[in-house]
Structure formats: C-alpha cells, structure tokens
Design a protein around this ligand. Sequence first.
Ligand code: MSP
Length: 466
Amino acid sequence: MGGKKVNKFFATTPIYYVNDVPHIGHTYTTVAGDVITRFYKQKGFDARLLTGTDEHGAKIAEAAKKHNKEPKEYADQISEEFKKAWKSLNINYARFIRTTDEDHIKVAQDFLQKLYDKRAIDEKPRLYKGLYCVGHEQFMSPEELVNGLCPDHQTKPIEHSEENYYFRLNEYRDKITDLISSDQIKVEPKTRKNEILGKLKDGLEDISISRANLEWGIPLPFDPSHTSYVWIEALINYYTYGLQEDIWPADLHLVGKDILWFHSVIWPAMLLAINEELPKEIFAHGFFTINGQKMSKTLGNVIKPEELIQKYGVDGTRYVLLSAFPFGEDGDFSWDNLDKTYNADLANGLGNLVARVAKLCEKNGIEGNPGAQVFCADLEEAVSEYRLNEALAVIWDLIAEADKKINETKPWELSTDQAKPVLEDLVHRIQAIAFNLKPFLPETAEKILKQFSGEIKSAPSLFPRL
Ligand code: MSP
C-alpha cells in the first residue's frame, strides 16, 4: 500500500492529551500544520491535516477521577473543547481522530499483534522496573530528576515494578541511525537531528509497551490482561488514518521538541518491525515561555486560544503566533509583544494598505479584476522548508514596497487619468499579497481578493487598532 497518490501531502499534529483544555502550545502547532497543509492544497496537492486527541493512560484516568467522571465521559468533554477551538481558528483538518475511536482501537490492536507475530515484542512479559512520571506518561532516568522530582511537573515519579511486555527497540538502533543520518527520515531542525543521533549513539534500551494494572487503555490482542502503553497506541493514530485513506506514509509529523524521540526513534522502529513505510519528515518546533516564565496553571499564565481570538480575531491570532519567532526555535510570548505585532503589522501594515488603496480606487472609479494566482518563489521556498515566520516576512516586504510606492507616487495628488495606472499597479500588488497570504490568513485573504475583484469600495477596517 501507500505511495500511489504521487501528488499528496499528509501532515499530522500530535494528538493532544485530554487531561486539560487547549492552550497556546497546542494552538501554535495546529495553526502551523493548517498553514502548511493549506499551502500544499493551494498548490494542487491532495493535502490532508490530521489532528485529534490522545485519550487513554494513567494521566487521563487520574484527571477524570479528579473531576468525578468516568474516563470516557471526561475525554468526550475535553475532546469537544479541542474541536471547538480548532473550528474557531479555521483549522481545516481532514479528520479529528480520537484514540477511543473504534477504528483506531482495531488498527492499534492489529498493529500490536503484527509486532508480536514478528517477534518484535517478547513472547512473555518480564519484570520492568523504572521511575514513571504520569505527567509525561514516560519513564525517567534518575539523572533527569531534580531532588527526586520531575523538573517539569514537580511531582515524584511512581516506582513502577511489574511484569510487562517488551518491545525490542535496540534491534533497530543501527537501521534508525542510518535512516536519520542519511535523511531518509528527515529530522528537522538540524540541531535536533544531531541530538537524536547523539542519543542513539549512547545506546538504546528495550521498552515496556504494556501495563498490567491499568484498565484505561487498549487491551493487547495477544494478552488482554494487559493494556497497551499509551504512547505506543497513540503513535499508531497516524497509521489508522493513513490506512483508512490509503495515503500512508506521512509526509510530515509536526511535533514539539519534547516528543521528538518518540516520533523519530520509537515510531520508525515500530514501522520497521512490521515492514511498513516510514514517515518522510519529522519537524520539531521549540518550546515557549510566557513573559520569560514557564507556562503553568500554578503561575496562572496559561494562554488559551479563545483569549487570543477575542483580542486579535481569528486571522490576527494565526498571524501573531507564527510571526513571533522562527519555527523550530524556542521563544517567548507576551501579551505586550503580541499587541505590538498586531498593531504594527496588521492594523497599520496590511489593514492600512488595503484601506488606503481601496479608498483611492473608489474615488477614482478603478475597477478590479481576478488578479494574480501564483506564489512568489521566496515564499514558496520558505514554506516548503517550514520557515513560516520568514514566509510571512516575504509578504510583509511586499506590503512595505506597496506602501513605499503610494508614498512616492502620491496618487491623491494626481488627476484620475494619471492616477489610474498607479492604482492599477497597486491593485495588482495587493492581489499578489492576498494570494500569498491565503494559507496563513484565509478569511482576510478572501475578503481582500473579493474586495479587489470587481467594483472596488472601501470597506470597514480589517484589523481595528487595539
Ligand atoms: N499526547 C502526546 C502526543 C502524542 S502524539 C502521538 C502529547 N500531548 S500534549 O498535549 O502534552 O502535547 C502536545 C504538544 O503540545 C507537544 O508537541 C508539545 O510540544 C506541545 N506543547 C505543550 N506545551 C508547549 C509549550 N509551552 N511550548 C511549545 N509547545 C508546547 O504530548
């Protein structure tokens, strides 16, 4: 299977844990995934974005219990919140997958059975001991702890000791090292790729992939007294959709850097073990702080998508997030900086240009036309390398050039005959800007294109100043 549709682009976001509602971290990745997928669609690809929620495991079981709910009931509720958030942000996903979906459970079980049949999973469980951080849903080494606590969650890991099934991860070490070094699995950015290769050099341990005492999970088909380790079945979500739509392998897994190891080492090893095709690229974006501080409930600085939308609108939110810093690097968000960016680039920049030109066209009776339909080469190159903030900068250079043109030619001082060619040139420029903007600010781009496609009338401002 796979590889039949040449002109396809299959991108994924991580599936988000339903222990808590969506925040700016989830929003950032999902918006980026949407922009990249829309870009490929606009280029004529069969482009799909897969997103969804990760609903099994101890972390979700605990969160549900805290809220006096059954895990499934709790997952239904939070999963809905994610769907709502993505709808309001105009995320054009192909499927919102939930790990409690029937088809996913079936595909995950088939996958696990194949791993077992191929002897990639040990025949019998054996004792697995380790320090487990429920917040991470991951074992931690003693060196990673600070004063015995997980530094990210400030909690004491659980001393896990039980009979578990093992996945023979170490058997795939050489092969994976080779695939990553040769970019057959492209791990980006390069610094992250080197980190992964360094870690691979240090050696690999086989991993526990089952739980003997956790009910909230997918039962192992070959031993239903165990459930699957949540990460193992969660990774399979990509394959569930890939199989369903016959578009496996994934072209791009977008992830945060904290979960790159799972995606670039464990996931390819699982696929190698069942002789499946491997994802083409895994891109890890950075981690961000809010006003220089780690985002945390305790500090009360968690930014939610609805707060952003309320202030900047849908497209404003998409813009301020992606323009803030290079995709792939760590960064900092603060309301102050977001406000400044919004006012400078959207209210004064794009919004003002469109309003000025529309007004002048209206005054001089200039009619629009369907306009340009090509991406500019620099933008195309930047998006295909996921340099999203640079792609936006390319557009904002075009905006600055158009502004300069108006200020130099001063069409308001010209007669209608003299103003006509100047304004027609400006209309063309704006149409090119809008076309290039479409993947990033879909609604705004459509509004602009519509406004300049026939009789041009000045319209209410696109981005009111804050
Ligand atoms: N459920 C797993 C993913 C399974 S994928 C098969 C998971 N979920 S998560 O909800 O905790 O996190 C999802 C993503 O959000 C991660 O890629 C993570 O990097 C991102 N972020 C969460 N907080 C973040 C920041 N403060 N900054 C940047 N990204 C952040 O992990």
